[in-house]
Structures are given as structure tokens and as C-alpha cells.
Design a protein around this ligand. Structure first.
Ligand code: NAP
Length: 304
């Protein structure tokens, strides 16, 4: 039985020369549960020590519907201020463009303001990747492109990405950008497989975008499957996990990483052991048969 290739340990962001780990850690849930800065620092260390050097945050992380906008960035900013050497060990990605209660704003003036505010909270001069969090239907892509190209020219952001964009929205933004987009960040998991067939990953391969998978465990559902479909997917993943001596969640990350677009799963756990464990995903090897068995379980019907 032939095996799909092992994913590389690192990938690069477009032609920027910025090298990222092939698995990332995300801080959506960092500023929850009354976590202290010291606890946040432990998580950052857990990721970096495991070789997970690509870290993803957003200005809205920490927002609970009323308060907390900027809290996750501010917490990481405190971690970096206490231990400045950490900055050089990570490739840091953030996002903006969601502006509660509007909900979206990608006007040129707001984007410039949002990028400056993120840098202030993070206590850094420049971020490695800045992503448009969700598309603002009311902003012309030319205006968005101008704001982002200006931020690159000013040295505030090194590279640009998108998240939750349709194929056409990505193409339209790229059309007006002087810089090349380097990432796209859709929701992808064994429970959310739309981008395998809707062209998003094909576009990523065509444009050379690194696809970053948000909620790679379906927000944790895969770890505790309840619905019949979730259980069927977990069972198909579990077979390979058992055979290769890893947890089901590690098998899930590996399943995403086996795709030829070079999907980078963003680990969402805020537990040091689980973050570190995720780094094992590169060692899980998939056969075509086992990979498609997970897809079929997720589709709920056989392939044509
Ligand atoms: P996820 O990996 O799908 O879910 C993580 C959740 O599952 C955590 O609450 C975690 O709890 C829980 N979990 C339960 N059992 C687990 C196990 N055995 N191993 C690992 N986790 C387990 O990811 P996510 O947090 O929803 O999203 C990951 C990242 O994607 C975010 O941090 C963010 O960077 C990004 N994201 C982006 C967008 C966007 O619109 N661009 C949206 C959502 C998320 P514990 O912490 O207790 O382990």
C-alpha cells in the first residue's frame, strides 16, 4: 500500500523567505478562563519548544460580544515584553477588519488604525503576517489593497493573507494588490470538508497561498464526537491513530497535512501537553485508502 508523502517540517510564506512550521498554534481562546500572563507564556513556550513556531492571533480574540476586543493580542504583548527574545523565535500572524458592533470595516482609514492598534497591543514594530479576518462587502478591494500595500511599505506588516474569503474575493483583492497574498485561512477539518471540492484549495495551489486550517478539530467536536456523522469520522481517523500509536486529534491534524496544498492546521488547544503533542502529526503517514475513508465518512455517502 503506497503512502502519501510526509509533510515537510517547514514551509515558506510566498516568496518572502519567511519560514514557518508546517503546523501552527492559535490564540483565539488565550484570553479566556482568567488565564494569567505567566500561564500564557507557558503556552507560548510549549509551542516553540515543540517546534511550532507559527503563531496565529487576531485583534478580536478575547471579545465576548461586549468586552475584551484586543485582549488576546495584549496578553501576548505582555508575554513578549517580559521575554523579548521570544519574538525572534516565532513567526507571528494576526488579523483585523472585524469591528464590533459594525460588524466589518475594511475602509482604508480603519485598516491603518487597526494595524497600528494591533502593533501597540503586541508591543512590536512589525508583524510577520497580517490577515483580513472576514471580507467586508462594503469595501472595494482596491481600497483594501491600498491600505495593506501601504502597511507593507511602511514596514508594519511583512506579508498579507486573507481568511474566510470566497475564491472570487481572494482573486479580486489580489488583482489590486502590489504585494502577493501568501496565505488563506478557511475553516477546514475532517468535519468541514467544503474546501476540498469548492476550489478554494485549488486556488491556493494556483496562487501559492499557504492554507491555514482554522478549527481543525471542528472546535473540539472531533475529540468528543456525539452526532452520528462526527462519530463515523472519528472512527475512520481512530483506525489510523491506533495503528500508528497517536491520538485521534493528532491523526486529524495529519489528515489535513496530507493534502497536496500543504494545509497548516492551527492547533486551538490552550493546554501545553496538547499543543506539544500536535507536533507529532508530521510523523503520521496516510495511505490513499485510509485518507479517502475519512473523506467518505465526512461526506456521509460513497464517492461517485
Ligand atoms: P480546534 O482544534 O478545532 O478546537 C480546539 C478546542 O478543542 C479547544 O477548546 C480545546 O480545549 C478543545 N479540545 C478538546 N479536546 C481536545 C484534544 N484532545 N486536543 C486538542 N483540543 C481539544 O481549534 P479552534 O480553537 O476552534 O481554532 C484553532 C485556531 O484557529 C484559533 O486559535 C484561531 O487561531 C483560528 N481560528 C480562526 C478563525 C477565523 O475566522 N479565521 C475562526 C476560529 C479559529 P483545550 O484548550 O482544553 O485543549
Amino acid at each position: 500500500m503506497s503512502l502519501l508523502p510526509q509533510p515537510p517540517a517547514t514551509r515558506t510564506l510566498g516568496t518572502s523567505g519567511i519560514e514557518i512550521s508546517s503546523i501552527a498554534w492559535g490564540m483565539w481562546r488565550l484570553a479566556e478562563d482568567g488565564r494569567t500572563v505567566a500561564e500564557a507564556a507557558r503556552l507560548v513556550h510549549a509551542a516553540l519548544d515543540a517546534g511550532i513556531t507559527f503563531l496565529d492571533t487576531a485583534d478580536i480574540y478575547g471579545f465576548d460580544g461586549t468586552h475584551g476586543f484586543g485582549d488576546a493580542e495584549a496578553m501576548l504583548g505582555e508575554v513578549l515584553a517580559a521575554e523579548p527574545a521570544l519574538r525572534g523565535r516565532m513567526v507571528l500572524a494576526t488579523k483585523g477588519g472585524i469591528r464590533p458592533p459594525l460588524p466589518y470595516d475594511q475602509s482604508e482609514a480603519y485598516l491603518a488604525e487597526a494595524i497600528d492598534a494591533s502593533l501597540r497591543r503586541l508591543k512590536i514594530d512589525s508583524v510577520d503576517l497580517w490577515q483580513v479576518h472576514r471580507p467586508d462587502i462594503l469595501s472595494h478591494p482596491q481600497e483594501v489593497a491600498r491600505a495593506l500595500d501601504d502597511a507593507v511599505a511602511a514596514g508594519k506588516i511583512r506579508t498579507i493573507g486573507v481568511s474566510n474569503f470566497t475564491i472570487h474575493q481572494t482573486a479580486a483583492l489580489q488583482q489590486f494588490l502590489g504585494n502577493k497574498l501568501v496565505t488563506t485561512q478557511p475553516e477546514i477539518s475532517p468535519l468541514r470538508i467544503t474546501c476540498f471540492e469548492n476550489g478554494e484549495l485549488d486556488q491556493a495551489m494556483m496562487l501559492g497561498l499557504v492554507p491555514m486550517a482554522w478549527s481543525p478539530l471542528g472546535g473540539g467536536r472531533l475529540a468528543h464526537p456525539e452526532a452520528p456523522r462526527d462519530k463515523a469520522v472519528a472512527e475512520a481517523l481512530g483506525k489510523v491513530a491506533t495503528e500508528q500509536g497517536v491520538s485521534l486529534t493528532v491523526a486529524a491534524y495529519a489528515w489535513l497535512m496530507a493534502h497536496p496544498a500543504g494545509i497548516v492546521p492551527i492547533i486551538g488547544s490552550q493546554q501545553p501537553e496538547r499543543i506539544a503533542e500536535g507536533a507529532k502529526a508530521r510523523d503520521v503517514r496516510w495511505s490513499r485508502e485510509d485518507w479517502y475513508a475519512v473523506l467518505v465518512a465526512a461526506r456521509g455517502e460513497r464517492l461517485p
